[in-house]
Design a protein around this ligand. Structure first.
Ligand code: FEO
Ligand code: CA
Ligand code: CA
Ligand code: CA
Length: 699
């Protein structure tokens, strides 16, 4: 159904526009899809009305990488040349026997392919800090929750704590034959985001109207993130929580102090009564996906923060339009946190919302260090943040804003990454340039009719430009200061003419080819007449994958080519496309969300919304080069009502971590839809999957 109509009457339960349950919509996104999309800018849907040639203006003024990038772009001919595999690397193929999901069957279990095994590593409520009590569903307290694993796991990151064992010489040795013992750490730190809470599953007879202060404080403590030390079990890919060793273990909640860094730190826009300095914020909210840096820290991204705030219509006149651009238009919040903490009331503290919506950097090896909100990476509904090193050694971070008709972004640091220099690398994300993307199709607009039918050149593809919004010292958006561009990044990108996308979720570079991939999860509000080449279906019920090739394969470039290798859905649906692969041999997929890669360059896609196809959410895998490109298979499915978060494949390729989030979300504590994983109350958890004979994941 079209969901662009503002303020419709909401059904009480059941499936929502985006394929999620009503509970998920309310609790995670504050019913974002039931409200009008906040992007009211006149930015066109048709990339084609721009000149087919990409402007060089931004490249010049933003201090682009220079001749190398320009030459690389010229070599691509300014056209979206199909991705070519690096010669001599063979045609990668995923050889596991893919799971077959039957529409209508929705098991309450994690399922993995033949030959694979899995176990729960940690669940909501399990002890994290040394003095944490064991989980007690009927004896929850905010104090206990602040020491236990939080709710709704999303991004999962891992850093090893030792150099491992075995006779390989590091990554790559022996991969693919099941006999490699390369770098195989025995201990490591897991980072997990706790995006939001499902109070209907956490508490008996819960109702928003009668929620107690204690329940709200428990929910606040169940948000944030966890650092947990884990140890390998035996020689294979199984892991468990390290008992007794909890030196690095940490809980971050909605009340943990954070340092604000970068050009907007201390700005008037971030100052409040409680923090006149504008440099210290309590808590992070709705952290969805993230990334891991080459220097061993985690990036964790605040997404639907708007839903925690109330009374935007009572904010001062000059703040209201800006709040509305971020989805805050007034009224109550389902969560009612303003009743226990007044800062969530925008009529009293209008700047408090400006202190959320950032990328946060966490150093997992220093539990006493304040996590840092990095303002240089802009403020929007951040999904993930994945770094890649540029040709000249700087750091690019790819960023998506998960809202219907919002934008994709890239940050490029001013300074170079220095291996081994933690102190230097801790400053990399505070200076550089922030860009938004404009994508231009190369097929005539009349050939893109919203049906998903390929245009006559056989591809949804074209060219793109990273439009500089600001550097740390200079704004490139007329009428906006650097601090304004960073705090109101959506408004800056509106003015700069960025391209309206179909809910950009996770963004991930392919370690083998350097191409970068973005999951565009869906957009049921895109009308057929609003379809364009980068977003070729209207409505877009099932989402698609965007592939970006930077000019000169350089992450620091300001120009790129792009194409859409996968258009998701039931393969029987003529609007779907799997890189030209035989559609009778691929799996169903809807609503791609989080992405990761294995070391062979296969793309792993977890989903949030396969209920639209009457199947459980899943982790799929697909080669992205060679003759099996597009052969999408299902590797794991998660319990009924859950979305599949994570995913992560460890560097030794022996373990896949997934995080089934909100199992049984349509139920209640009294009438559970799921009893996963222990046969009683449903508990969001992190799961390790490995091959029983020690083969690489995907073999
Ligand atoms: Fe929390 Fe965009 O998914
Ligand atoms: Ca085309
Ligand atoms: Ca997500
Ligand atoms: Ca990812």
């Amino acid at each position: 159904m079209p969901d662009s109509a503002p303020r419709r009457t909401l059904p009480l339960i059941g499936q929502a526009g985006g394929g999620r349950s009503r509970a998920t919509c309310r609790l995670r996104c504050g019913d974002a899809c039931f409200h009008e999309a906040p992007n009211k800018s006149a930015n066109p849907y048709f990339g084609d009305i721009f000149s087919g040639m990409v402007s060089r203006r931004n490249a010049l003024r933003a201090g682009a990488v220079g001749a190398g990038a320009a030459a690389g772009f010229a070599a691509l001919g300014g056209l979206a040349a199909p991705a070519s595999a690096k010669p001599g690397r063979g045609d990668p193929r995923l050889t596991f026997k893919g799971l077959k999901s039957t529409p209508g069957t929705r098991p309450d279990a994690v399922e993995v392919p033949w030959g694979y095994r899995h176990r729960v590593v940690i669940s909501w409520g399990d002890p994290v800090l040394p003095d944490a009590p064991e989980f007690d569903f009927d004896g929850q307290t905010p104090e206990a929750q602040a020491k236990q694993f939080g709710y709704n796991c999303d991004y999962v990151g891992f850093v090893p704590l030792d150099r491992g064992h075995g006779h390989g010489k590091g990554k790559g040795k022996g991969h693919g034959n099941g006999k490699g013992y390369g770098h195989r750490p025995r201990r490591g730190l897991l980072w997990v985001n706790h995006e939001y809470t499902n109070e209907n599953l956490m508490f008996r007879e819960f109702s928003n109207d009668t929620a107690t202060e204690e329940q709200m404080r428990i929910a606040m403590a169940a948000h944030g993130g966890s650092v947990v030390e884990i140890v390998r079990m035996g020689a294979g890919g199984a892991w468990k929580v390290a008992k007794g060793r909890r030196r690095f273990n940490r809980r971050i909640t909605a009340e943990t102090p954070f340092e604000v860094t970068g050009p907007a730190a201390g700005s008037e826009l971030l100052r409040t009564e409680a923090d006149p300095s504008g440099t210290e914020v309590l808590g992070m909210l709705n952290n969805c996906s993230g990334g891991t840096t080459p220097w061993g820290t985690f990036l964790t991204c605040e997404e639907n923060f708007h839903q925690y705030f109330v009374n935007a219509d009572g904010a001062p006149e000059e703040a209201r339009e800006k709040l509305a651009r971020y989805g805050m238009t007034g009224g109550e919040s389902g969560r009612r946190w303003n009743r226990v903490d007044e800062r969530f009331d925008l009529s009293k503290h209008p700047n408090e919302a400006n202190r959320f919506g950032w990328v946060v950097e966490v150093d997992p090896t220093d539990p006493s260090a304040k996590p840092r909100k990095r303002t240089m990476l802009g403020r929007f509904k951040h999904e993930g943040a994945n770094p890649r090193i540029t040709e000249d050694g700087r750091v690019a971070v790819y960023l998506g804003d998960d809202e219907r008709f919002d934008y994709i972004y890239k940050f490029v640091s001013a300074k170079r990454f220095k291996k081994g220099s933690a102190r230097h690398n801790a400053t990399l994300l505070d200076t550089g340039t922030l860009y938004a993307a404009r994508l231009t199709g190369n097929s005539p607009a009349e050939e893109i009719d919203g049906s998903g039918e390929l245009p006559s050149d056989g591809a949804f593809d074209g060219v793109g430009e990273w439009i500089a919004l600001c550097s740390d010292s200079e704004s490139y958006v007329e009428g906006m200061s650097v601090a304004e561009v960073l705090v109101y990044t959506r408004i800056a990108a509106d003015k700069a003419g960025a391209t309206k996308m179909d809910r950009p979720e996770d963004f991930e570079p392919n370690p083998v080819t350097g191409k970068v991939y973005c999951a565009l999860t869906n957009n049921s509000a895109r009308e057929p007449g609003q379809a364009d080449e980068p977003n070729p279906r209207g409505p877009n019920k099932h989402g698609h994958i965007l592939e970006i090739t930077e000019a000169g394969d350089d992450a620091g470039a300001t120009e790129f080519t792009w194409d859409v290798p996968i258009v998701c859905g039931d393969p029987d649906d003529p609007s779907t496309y799997f890189a030209g692969f035989d559609k009778s041999k691929v799996a169903r997929i809807s609503s791609p969300d989080n992405l990761t890669f294995d070391d062979k360059g296969n793309l792993w896609i977890s989903t949030d919304g396969q209920k639209k196809l009457e199947i459980n959410d899943a982790l799929h895998a697909v080669p992205m080069r060679g003759k099996y490109k597009g052969e999408l298979k299902t590797f794991a499915t998660v319990p009924v009502g859950a979305e599949c978060c994570g995913p992560l494949i460890t560097e030794d390729q022996k373990t896949a971590f997934i995080a089934p989030q909100h199992p049984g979300e349509d139920g209640t504590a009294e009438e559970p839809q799921s009893t996963w994983p222990n046969g009683d109350v449903p508990r969001p958890s992190v799961v390790a999957i490995w091959h029983g004979w020690g083969k690489d994941i995907g073999s």
